[in-house]
Structures are given as structure tokens and as C-alpha cells.
Design a protein around this ligand. Structure first.
Ligand code: ADP
Ligand code: MG
Length: 697
């Protein structure tokens, strides 16, 4: 019944059915019931004119229509009528549809009137109120709060405005009953949270008798939605844990041990050690690992990845490390070959700009197994790249890779490699639970010792001279500086011109030969980029002018100033990423946000947050609040976050509770065969297209 096509509902038919499908994605009866009202109007009470609360938004009154006049001329023309009850008189005003209203209303008749309450010259009035002839049964108002539904212009033209949708929904609920809504959660959970019945929830979310009942309905439906999302993700995780075979790394060998005792330039933080243990446990379990590694900028994710890849090599497996840009891949390569020193590990770099001859050689060595660690851009997952025995894959800065790209890794060996996904941008916990709930989760929540917090400052563009002088002072102390320009679109000509103009300007502040400047942007050939990077890394240039190509991962510990031009054009997490390029050494570092004088409210807020905190997770939380879940970098398909009623920002508490309940079930009874979990299983099976045992991605 609930899955019947919407056109079969009385009053819909094929034409309106098509419109509902196209405009609102309403395909079935159930979809209509899940088209939830935006809000409700309370017409359950009838007020006395003399006792109205002047601050209320709406008012419903009854009374006798005393008088009706058109006042004003032409554009200022309006219809004014007066309604009187035994406590006073109220002015009703119309600016539009005057003729029609004038014909419809009869002086001397009694009406029930409902409308927006406003005050004009200190007097209360109702503008454009709805009215109907008063009858005795209307004396106490409507039985239900009146739902207001979202609709679209096209639907309104077809007579399907919010009110018509309310009528359809009401009619549909009349045809249904409790038996159409069998319970889908375990009884203990219902009791624990005192949820109302599903049927009651559907009735009351649309046509509640009181606001209290509406809130109960919302709470139950939000929980239910988040609970089942978590159950599905949990089942994917659990299915993988139970059934997906993985390579076994059962030993820690010479490579790891030698590196750890002779090469590692620092001791690991406790958080790094813990994460490494988690990875080792997974990789030794015989099941395939799929783990998300989160950590703020500079928390030291790379070394964890390297140590894991050495364990893979100790067990006879090859690894790949994929980065989203050539610069980053190159930098990983340089950093890793440097810390490995003269250890006997085959490390190669493969990117789009690797020359044919070298490429051939690398491909051959991947196939014969002499490359242990292949670092690169997505060039490493191309079909031509074949491995002797791939066992481990690290994906750095995950959000730049699509699911389809990751899936290519699956085919590189007879079993899929263990996967470690590392995010550059910290993701708020609530979002991670939802968007990455199918992955296991590790977090490095501790920065390496000795880091000084970055001092973040906001300056208007007219203070650019002072900012440049400040850079000069830092350079005099032997430090280096970044100056970053926004490049919203890689191809945008204007942004590019801005960068060039900026470069010339910086040059005039910092003339050669006293100063040397590197410039890096997306349009340069890889070699030129690399030369410029290297000069900056070596300290041959003191200033790096660039676009956001340096956003992720670049590591020059001697740089102590980050100036971000037009900072108002960047998003929060991007600003945090950019800021993370400094503060990597022991020196006090600064991030200066340059902006124009006129800032939108959002931009002001972003800049305020950034100046207030260095904590990437706090920044990410705020970002989520400001932008909403759909837009956040670091999320995968936004569809993962398309909830009908729940909102992971506002409903954090419900999400945590739902997650806890779902995890308990998935862990204790993953097949949902225990009697109390049968409602869950049956519900999942009824859900079309969302089968319980879906294949792991
Ligand atoms: P991210 O997590 O942003 O990728 P990186 O892996 O690039 O961070 O590490 C940032 C810097 O911190 C690097 O220079 C790295 O060598 C250094 N580092 C990592 N771990 C430690 C540690 N335990 N102690 C000191 N320095 C560390
Ligand atoms: Mg990194």
C-alpha cells in the first residue's frame, strides 16, 4: 500500500503524479508521507480581540463584520474592514485582490478570521487574513495544527500548492491505519526513549493536535532516520569485518625495526603510536582494512603511513601512496626518500608528467616487485600499472578522490589491498559518523611537541604596507613567507591576472637581489613548479607567491608567515589548510588574513573564527554550522547526507544516541536474528533497493 505509485492516490492522477515526481521526488504514497511540513499554523484556538498578545505572529478571531471601506488612491489603495467581538474591534487590511474580497465579504455577517498580526501606527491589525463564515462548530477552532508544505512554482500552477498537498496528505492518512506502520525498532529502544508509535508519529508530524505531539513525532522520526542510516553503515563495516578477506601482515620485520631505531628523526606522539597499533591490528586480522585516519594539519599523518608501508614491505607486499596533486606527490616522495636514507627500500614517483622512458622502467619494476612503495597522483591507479603483490594503499587528502577511483585499486591484486584514507581537513565527528560510517575510524588528536600556536590576524588591504614590512622583519630573522592568492577556478583568467598583478606588486616591495621570490600556480608545467618549490624549500627564495596549489600538505618548516590575499573569498576549512603551511617549525608563526573593507556577515564570521582558534576540529564544526552538511569538503557523495528530516548539525545529540543504539545491534547481532531485532531486519528488507547485505564499496 505505502509503495503504491503516487498517481493512484485519489485526486492525483497521471498528470499531477508526473509533476509530483519531477518537482518533489514524490513517487509513492510513502514519499508523500515523507514530504514533511515546513511548519504549522496554529488555528486550534480562537482569541478574543481584546486579549490578543501583541507579539504573536498570527491571530485567529471571530466577530461581526462592522464596516468595509476602500481608502487611499491608486497604488496606495487598500480595503479596510472592521471585525468586532465582545471585547473589542480589529482592523483587517487588504492591499491586493481588493475587488474580490469586497465582493466576498458581507457587512453584518459573522466570520472566522485568521491572519498575520502586525501593528500599524500603534494599532493591531490583520493583513490579508483568511476568512470563512462563522458556524457554531468553528467556535473552538480547528482540531489540528495546520501544516504548511513546501511546493514549487510549477506545482502551484497545477493547483498543487501547499494547501492542496495538505489535502492529499490528509486524505491518504484517512485510508491508512496502524497496521500499515509496523514497528521497526526494538521494543527496548522504544521504551528507553519513550518514542510514540510510528503510525502516531506520521499522523502527528502532519496534523498534530498540539505542538507537544508534533515534537514527539519529529523526535521519533529523526531518531528512526539516523538509526537506520547508522545500521546500514554499521552493517557494511561488520560485513567487511566478518567476510572480506584481506592480506595478513603478521610480522614486523627488519625494515620497520631498522627504520624505527635508526632513521626516525623524532619519537612518535602517543596518538601516532595508537593509530599505528590500530592499523597493525587490522592488517594482521586476515580481513581487509578500510580505515579513515583523521588528524589536524601538521599532526603527522605521513609518518604513520610510511611506517605502515614498511610493515607491508616486511611482509612481502607493495604499497601505493596517492596524493591529489603533483606537488604533494613530489613532496611525499622527497620527504620519504629523505627519511629512509640509504635503507634498501624501492621508492618511486609516478605522476602524469613522468617521462615515457622512466615510466616504462617504473611499470616494469612494479610488476617485478622491486618497487616497494609507489608514490604518485592518480596515475598510480591507471590500468597499465600492475603490481606483483599490492597489499597496502594510502590515499592522502581523501576528498579529492572519487569512489570510482578508489574502486580501481580493488582490481590490482587477487584480494583488495588494505586501505588507509587520510583526510587533510578535519571532519567534525558527527559528519564522520555519517559520511564515513562504513569505514573504521582513527584520529591523531595530538600535535607533535614544541609546536607554537599560530598567531592569526586580520588586516584590511589598506594596511598592506605594514604587512609587507612585517614580512621583511621576519625575513631579516632568517624566516620565509607565503603570499597566497585566491584562484577559485583553475581556468579563470581574471584570477590568474590577479595573481600576476600581485606578483609584480610583491616584487616591488621585495626587489632583487636582496630578495628572491618563487611563484607557483596551476598553469605551470610540472617541472617549473617543482623548481620553484625546491628553491623555496632550500631557502634560495624567501617568498613564495602562489595560488592554492600549495593548499594541501606542503611542508617548509622555516616558513613563519602566511599572508592570504582576499581572505574573504576562501572557505573556512581552506583557510585553515593554508594556515597549516606555517607553524611547522619551532618558531612563532603568523597567519595574516588580508581582506577588502566590505565583508559579508559570513566572511566576517569565518575570519573571526579563524582568528579565535587554531584547532582544526573546532574550525570544522563551525564550518559545518555555517555551510550545512551538503557543502563541506571532505565529504563523499553528498547523497550520504541527504536526510529527510534529520539534520546532523542540529540533531547531534539524537545522532549520537542513534549511533550508539545501532552499534549495539550491529555488534551483538549483525544478522538481526534475535527476536527483539526482527523488526529491524524486516524493515530493512522492506526497504526497496537498500538491501541489507550490500556490497562494500
Ligand atoms: P599532516 O598530518 O598534516 O600530513 P605531516 O605528516 O606532513 O602532517 O607532518 C608535519 C610535520 O611534522 C612534518 O615535518 C613531520 O616530519 C613532523 N612530525 C611528524 N610527527 C612528528 C613527531 N612525532 N615529532 C616531531 N615532528 C613530527
Ligand atoms: Mg599531509
Amino acid at each position: 500500500m505505502l509503495l503504491s505509485p503516487i498517481e493512484y492516490l485519489k485526486g492525483v492522477g497521471p498528470l499531477r503524479g508526473d509533476m509530483l515526481k519531477k518537482e518533489l521526488n514524490i513517487f509513492t504514497f510513502k514519499d508523500l508521507l515523507e514530504h514533511f511540513p515546513l511548519r504549522h499554523l496554529d488555528r486550534t484556538k480562537v482569541d478574543k480581540i481584546g486579549h490578543l498578545n501583541p507579539h504573536a505572529d498570527y491571530a485567529q478571531i471571530t466577530g461581526k463584520l462592522m464596516q468595509m471601506d476602500i481608502v487611499g488612491e491608486k497604488r496606495a489603495k487598500r480595503l479596510v474592514a472592521y471585525l468586532q467581538d465582545d471585547t473589542g474591534e480589529m482592523e483587517l487590511t487588504w492591499f491586493q485582490g481588493i475587488n474580490w474580497v469586497q465582493k466576498a465579504l458581507v457587512v453584518g455577517e459573522k466570520y472566522l478570521v485568521f491572519g498575520k498580526l502586525s501593528s500599524f501606527m500603534g494599532k493591531l491589525q490583520l493583513t490579508h487574513p483568511e476568512f470563512e463564515i462563522y458556524t457554531a462548530e468553528k467556535a473552538s477552532g480547528k482540531k489540528f495544527l495546520e501544516p504548511i508544505y513546501p511546493s514549487t512554482e510549477k506545482l502551484k500552477v497545477r493547483g498543487l500548492n501547499g494547501r492542496a498537498i495538505a489535502k492529499l496528505t490528509y486524505a491518504l492518512l484517512q485510508q491508512l491505519s496502524e497496521k500499515n506502520f509496523p514497528e521497526n525498532m526494538p521494543e527496548a529502544l522504544i521504551t528507553q526513549y519513550r518514542f510514540i508509535k510510528r503510525w502516531d508519529a506520521y499522523c502527528n508530524i502532519h496534523f498534530p493536535a498540539t505542538d507537544g505531539l508534533y515534537k514527539h513525532a519529529v523526535r521519533r522520526l529523526k531518531f528512526e532516520e539516523l538509526f537506520f542510516a547508522q545500521i546500514r553503515l554499521g552493517l557494511i563495516r561488520s560485513t567487511r569485518h566478518r567476510f572480506s578477506k584481506g592480506w595478513v601482515f603478521d610480522k614486523v620485520g627488519d625494515l620497520f625495526n631498522n627504520f624505527y631505531s635508526n632513521q626516525l628523526p623524532f619519537s612518535l606522539t602517543n596518538a601516532q603510536k595508537r593509530v599505528l597499533k590500530e592499523i597493525r591490528k587490522d592488517a594482521g586480522s586476515g580481513k581487509q582494512m578500510n580505515r579513515l585516519l583523521q588528524g589536524d594539519v601538521g599532526s603527522g599523518k605521513t609518518i604513520v603511513a610510511l611506517l605502515s608501508m614498511l610493515i607491508a614491505a616486511d611482509n612481502g607486499f607493495q604499497s601505493v601512496l596517492m596524493a591529489p596533486t603533483e606537488i604533494l606527490a613530489q613532496q611525499h616522495f622527497n620527504g620519504i626518500t629523505e627519511v629512509l636514507g640509504d635503507m634498501n627500500v624501492g621508492v618511486r614517483l609516478l605522476t602524469g608528467s613522468t617521462k615515457t622512458k622512466e615510466r616504462k622502467e617504473i611499470l616494469a619494476k612494479c610488476e617485478d616487485g622491486s618497487v616497494h612503495i609507489l608514490i604518485g597522483t592518480h596515475a598510480v591507479i591507471e590500468e597499465k600499472v600492475q603490481f606483483k603483490n599490492l597489499g597496502f594503499a594510502v590515499i592522502d587528502e581523501q576528498h579529492k578522490f572519487g569512489v570510482a577511483q578508489r574502486a580501481k585499486l580493488w582490481k590490482k591484486n587477487s584480494l583488495p589491498p588494505h586501505i588507509l584514507v587520510m583526510t587533510a581537513t578535519p571532519i567534525p565527528r558527527t559528519l564522520a559518523l555519517t559520511a564515513y560510517g562504513d569505514l573504521d575510524y582513527s584520529v591523531i588528536d595530538e600535535l607533535p611537541p614544541g609546536r607554537q600556536p599560530i598567531n592569526t590576524l586580520h588586516r584590511y588591504e589598506n594596511k598592506r604596507h605594514q604587512v609587507m614590512d612585517f614580512i621583511k622583519a621576519e625575513i631579516a630573522k632568517g624566516r620565509q613567507a607565503y603570499i597566497v592568492y585566491p584562484l577559485i577556478e583553475e581556468s579563470s583568467k581574471m584570477d590568474y591576472e590577479n595573481l600576476m598583478k600581485g606578483f609584480e606588486e610583491v616584487k616591488s616591495f621585495f626587489p632583487e637581489p636582496k630578495y628572491w621570490i618563487s611563484m607557483v600556480h596551476g598553469k605551470q608545467p610540472a617541472e617549473q613548479k617543482e623548481t620553484n618549490m625546491q628553491r623555496f624549500i632550500k631557502g634560495d627564495t624567501q617568498i613564495m607567491v602562489s595560488t592554492t596549489v600549495i593548499e594541501v600538505g606542503v611542508n617548509v618548516p622555516n616558513a613563519s608567515v602566511m599572508v592570504i590575499e582576499s581572505a574573504e573569498k576562501f572557505g573556512l576549512s581552506q583557510l585553515h589548510q593554508l594556515r597549516g603551511r606555517v607553524g611547522r617549525g619551532a618558531e612563532k608563526s603568523f597567519c595574516i588574513l588580508l581582506t577588502g573593507g566590505k565583508l559579508s556577515q559570513d566572511a566576517t564570521e569565518r575570519i573571526r573564527i579563524l582568528c579565535a582558534t587554531n584547532d582544526g576540529f573546532a574550525v570544522a564544526e563551525k564550518d559545518l554550522e555555517i555551510r550545512g552538511p551538503g557543502d563541506i569538503e571532505g565529504t563523499r557523495q553528498s547523497g550520504d547526507l541527504n536526510f529527510k528530516i534529520a539534520n546532523i548539525v542540529q540533531d547531534k545529540v539524537i545522532l549520537e544516541a542513534a549511533k550508539e543504539a545501532a552499534t549495539a545491534i550491529v555488534e551483538n547481532d549483525p544478522d538481526c536474528t534475535m527476536a527483539e531485532n526482527l523488526p529491524v531486519k524486516e524493515y530493512l528488507e522492506r526497504q526497496k533497493g537498500k538491501t541489507m547485505w550490500s556490497k562494500i564499496s
